[in-house]
Design a protein around this ligand. Structure first.
Ligand SMILES: *Cc1c(COP(=O)(O)O)cnc(C)c1O
Length: 425
């Protein structure tokens, strides 16, 4: 119905306005540059390009091929690697491709457990279960929020997994790849690193560089700390011909048909812009996360890992058990236009009612916020979550702060409104 169509557009526009007036701190989200966003509403969206550049099943791909080859070249340069497949349509799809290429049903992989911050990709009810692969999880040091190296070494030697998998959704500190390299070699397992959250930090040289620390395959989303489109990527370094072929055919025809050409083009633009602005952006993301952790800590809020500087990534984890729990905190924050998610922290039993919240600095950094704004953000969080001040009152101050930060930075055409293209449509 006509009314429905306009009503839907109205809801989306309301959402846009809301987020323009909000402080989004979901650690897995980001804003695209105006130029990248333009690619999303191009004719690329309406087309198919199955296969690889120069070897397509359809015609009409002259410019698509040029853009995809450029995207691959940019990925190889930014991540200093030989293999790049830019076709997975999300991080989960990239993970499914990795599982298809690296494992067979019935085989075993080692990975991190969900309650220690792993993604559902490695859960029985996620991609791993779909592939019919068994998992054994590493022992985890919940005080330091890292994999227990000695325990993991012992486990990998015992289990002799087909694949040793790493990577988290609450990814505060690097995984012990270098430390476990000898063990990987000893058992001959493939090392797969899921860098969905930290891809931008890896690209910016601010987190471990998995492909040069022993990982063979790196899968990721391209829209978290890497500020590109909702899309995925599979990268590899020093892979043999057979494994490269397996990965490529796992992506297509394995787990994709159309690979969302508009998003692929937006990814290419984001990478081209990244070569100019990326390192500066990644550095500020990490500084801001530490600053946010420090400011909350100074206000008496329990931020995990205060003894280790809170984080080495974009993410901090906060224990709000004494302030009503993660669910209440995130709901109060939402009413005050601060968007975050409740999150399990070590010791929690329920994902629906956990003690923690997870906060990411990458999107606030993207609109130009620095350490001094992190202090203001911490104070606003403290007012609603701890002081239980009326969210509607705090919201006014949130909106006042955000008013100066509605434009995307660290990109070409810097300074355009974050939601300009939504307004155009
Ligand atoms: C977000 C995430 C994914 C999945 O990403 P999508 O692009 O949403 O499919 C995979 N792995 C990890 C560790 C993540 O955090």
């Amino acid at each position: 119905m006509k009314e429905d169509a306009y009503w839907i557009r109205d809801q989306v526009q309301k959402h846009n306005k809301w987020f323009e007036e909000s402080l989004p701190m979901i650690a897995s989200e980001n804003l695209m540059s105006p130029l990248a966003k333009e690619m999303m509403i191009s004719d690329f969206h309406d087309r198919y390009a199955e296969g690889l550049p120069g070897k397509r099943y359809y015609n009409g791909n002259i410019y698509v091929d040029k853009v995809e080859l450029k995207c691959i070249e940019l990925a190889q340069r930014i991540f200093k690697c030989q293999f790049a497949d830019v076709r997975p349509i999300s991080g989960t799809v990239a993970n499914m491709a990795a599982l298809m290429a690296l494992t067979k049903p019935g085989e075993t992989i080692t990975c991190t457990s969900l309650d220690h911050g792993a993604h559902i990709s490695t859960a029985k009810f996620g991609a791993v279960g779909f592939r019919g692969v068994n998992t054994v999880t590493y022992p985890f040091d919940t005080n330091d929020m890292v994999i227990d190296v000695d325990g993991a070494a012992k486990l990998i030697r015992e289990v002799k997994p087909k694949v040793a998998q790493f990577g988290l959704s609450v990814f505060l500190f690097p995984a012990p790849l270098k430390e476990l390299n000898d063990v990987f070699n000893e058992v001959g397992c493939t090392v797969w690193y899921d860098g969905a959250h930290v891809l931008g930090l890896i690209a910016g040289g601010r987190f471990q560089d998995p492909l040069h620390e022993g990982a063979h395959v790196l899968t990721a989303s391209t829209h978290k700390t890497f500020p590109g489109p909702n899309h995925g990527i599979v990268l590899g370094h020093n892979l043999n011909e057979e494994l490269s072929k397996k990965l490529s055919s796992a992506v297509f025809p394995g787990v994709t048909s159309s690979h969302h050409l508009h998003a692929m083009a937006a990814l290419a633009v984001t990478m081209a812009e990244w070569e100019i602005y990326g390192e500066k952006y990644a550095a500020q993301v990490c500084k801001n996360a530490k600053a946010l952790g420090q400011a909350l800590y100074e206000l008496g809020v329990e931020v995990l890992c205060s003894h280790k500087g809170f984080t080495e990534s974009h993410t901090i984890a906060v224990n709000v058990a004494e302030h009503g729990g993660g669910s209440e905190a995130a709901n109060l924050m939402e009413r005050a236009n601060m968007i975050a998610n409740k999150n399990m922290i070590p010791g929690d039993k329920s994902a629906m009612n956990p003690s923690g919240i997870r906060l990411g600095s990458q999107e606030l950094t993207r609109v130009g916020m620095k350490e001094s704004e992190m202090k203001e953000v911490a104070a606003l969080i403290h007012r609603v979550v701890v002081k239980k001040e009326s969210p509607e009152v705090v919201k006014k101050d949130v909106m006042a702060l955000k008013r100066n930060f509605t434009k995307v930075r660290y990109c070409l055409n810097e300074g355009e409104e974050a939601y300009a293209y939504h307004k155009l449509v």
